[in-house]
Every structure is written in structure tokens, then in C-alpha cells.
Design a protein around this ligand. Structure first.
Ligand code: SAM
Ligand code: GLN
Length: 278
């Protein structure tokens, strides 16, 4: 079969379940023949040998089962870093770049601050901040040893000596330390949310947080206070419908200046609160 025909056939099969059927088909085909995408446009008439055709079919099957492209290719781009991901890590989302940009806004270019990223997964937020603020020290934690192994590899590949990883639940691994800024994209999906069906290939422990999706945010709201300097911000991503609940939890726990920020789609996604000086 010719390369162009293989793409047409794959697009037809992928279209009902993927919004990016053509791109998916091209990337999977490139992975099957071990060539860059430009090769497909330069040599559409090339014939696929049986081995490549078998590989392509196997990759297509995984995609048709709903496996995210990032798990099939093993990488995902985030804040211009090509990051390794695995089924032990969430696939970093573009909306999480809002949390990164708010954190960078908070951290002066020449600051030599201590930054904490809780629940780092593949290390996306920590790597992005560390690359932009080389004088800061970033501590990245996760309860999953498998996720941390991926994060460590991403940190190594990005040549970032200013990030260290610690395993443990939320602030437990940093007990007694003080940070200038804490960032977190914790699990925040309700355990009965229908959206989980389409996220079934990602780790539940990275996504789900109790009946209302707020169990981990409740823990962070209480525990992070003693890990921040006075006026230091806690910056957390949450679901677009959780703005009021998150503000209520933070208010109850004694945080000041609670402000919510919208993503590019205008949906409230990141709440920032400061450790009160009082
Ligand atoms: N920060 C990454 C990102 O933005 O792509 C991953 C975020 S993912 C939504 C949440 C992460 O929190 C997962 O990596 C999960 O393993 C971690 N996590 C879940 N419960 C935790 C806990 N009790 N303590 C620390 N990390 C936890
Ligand atoms: N943003 C992810 C989603 O809705 C959820 C990530 C999380 O729970 N932090 O697909």
C-alpha cells in the first residue's frame, strides 16, 4: 500500500473518535516507518512493506481504543519542552500553561527563590518554571514513584540542575521547610464524572479526588500554610466549575487575597491565595 493511501484509510477509521484524525494518522505512520513527517509529503507514492504495515495497524488499533497520542509516541510538548510521559503520568494539558505563566509572573527574573510543585507527574510544571527561572530551586514531589522516575528523566534531559524530586504525599516530604511559592495541579475530578470514561487510559490517582473532586484541594488548603513564607502564594489549578468551592475552602483555612484566573477560553481554572501575615 502507498503512504498516501494508508493515510486516507486511517483518517477514515480515526475520524469518528479523534478530533485530530489526519495528524494522528500521519504521526502514527511516521512512527511505523521511522521517518519524519516531511517524508510523507515528499514521497507519497512510497510503498509500505509488510513489517511497516503491521506496525502501523498495531499503532492504529491502540489509537482506536482511545489511548492518547502522547502514550503511543511516549512524549508530549509542554511549554516548548518535549517531555516523556508514561501511563504512570498524566498527559500534561495546555491549560496547565496558565498556572506556569501565573507563577512566572509572581517570580522575578533574578529571584533566588524556593519553589514547590506538588504532584509533579512527569515534571511538566517544575521543568517549565526551572527553565525560565534558573536561579530558583524547584522541589517537585509526587506520591507515585513511577511518575517521579519519568520526572527525573525529563529534568535530566532538559539539563536542569535546579530541580530536585521528593516522593511522598503532598507536603509530607518537605515538612519544616519554607517556600516562596507553591504551585499544584492536583487531582480534582469527581469520582462519578462521566468525563472519566474518555480519560480511562490515564492514572485515576492523578485525576480523581473524592465525591466532589475537592478532597486533595482541602488537604492542600490546610497543609500548605505552614510551608509558605508570609504572603507567599499557593497557586492551584482546578475544574472550571470549582471556583466558588475552592475559594470557600481556602477562606475557611485562613488564606488571604483569594483570586481566580481564567484560561484562554475564559473559564476559571487557577486560584491564587496568599498566606496571611496575621
Ligand atoms: N503536575 C502534572 C501536570 O500538571 O501535568 C501532573 C498533575 S496530575 C493532575 C496530579 C498528580 O498528583 C499526579 O502525578 C499524582 O500522582 C499526584 N498525586 C496524587 N495524589 C497525591 C498525593 N497524595 N501526594 C502527592 N502527589 C499526589
Ligand atoms: N485537566 C484534566 C482534565 O480535565 C484533569 C486534571 C486534574 O484532575 N488535575 O482532563
Amino acid at each position: 500500500m502507498r503512504l498516501d493511501a494508508a493515510i486516507v484509510g486511517a483518517v477514515e477509521r480515526l475520524s469518528p473518535s479523534s478530533e485530530s484524525a489526519r495528524l494522528d494518522a500521519e504521526i502514527l505512520l511516521c512512527q511505523s516507518i521511522d521517518m519524519p513527517r516531511s517524508y510523507l509529503f515528499a514521497h507519497p507514492e512510497d510503498e509500505l512493506d509488510t513489517h511497516a504495515l503491521d506496525r502501523f495497524e498495531a499503532l492504529l488499533q491502540r489509537r482506536l481504543e482511545g489511548v492518547p497520542m502522547a502514550y503511543i509516541s511516549g512524549t508530549k510538548e509542554f511549554w516548548s519542552h518535549e517531555l516523556l510521559v508514561s501511563p504512570a503520568t498524566l498527559v500534561p494539558r495546555p491549560e496547565t500553561e496558565l498556572l506556569v505563566s501565573l507563577a512566572l509572573h509572581e517570580i522575578p527574573q533574578d529571584a533566588e527563590w524556593q519553589i514547590l510543585d506538588l504532584g509533579t507527574g512527569c515534571g511538566a510544571i517544575a521543568v517549565a518554571i526551572a527553565g525560565e527561572r534558573p536561579l530558583c530551586n524547584i522541589t517537585a514531589t509526587d506520591v507515585s514513584a513511577e511518575a517521579l522516575a519519568i520526572a527525573r528523566e525529563n529534568i535530566r534531559q532538559a539539563s536542569l540542575p535546579n530541580v530536585s524530586c521528593l516522593e511522598g504525599s503532598w507536603t509530607t516530604p518537605v515538612t519544616g521547610r519554607l517556600f516562596n511559592v507553591i504551585v499544584s495541579n492536583p487531582p480534582y475530578i469527581r469520582e462519578d464524572d462521566e468525563a472519566l470514561q474518555s480519560l480511562r487510559h490515564e492514572p485515576l490517582s492523578a485525576l480523581v479526588s473524592g465525591a466532589d473532586g475537592l478532597d486533595d484541594i482541602r488537604v492542600l488548603a490546610v497543609d500548605c500554610i505552614s510551608s509558605l513564607i508570609e504572603n507567599g502564594p499557593l497557586m492551584m489549578e482546578h475544574g472550571p466549575d470549582q471556583q466558588e468551592a475552592v475559594a470557600g475552602i481556602l477562606n475557611e483555612a485562613g488564606w488571604a487575597e483569594i483570586t481566580c484566573h481564567n484560561d484562554l477560553g475564559g473559564r476559571p481554572r487557577v486560584t491564587v491565595a496568599r498566606r496571611s501575615g496575621k
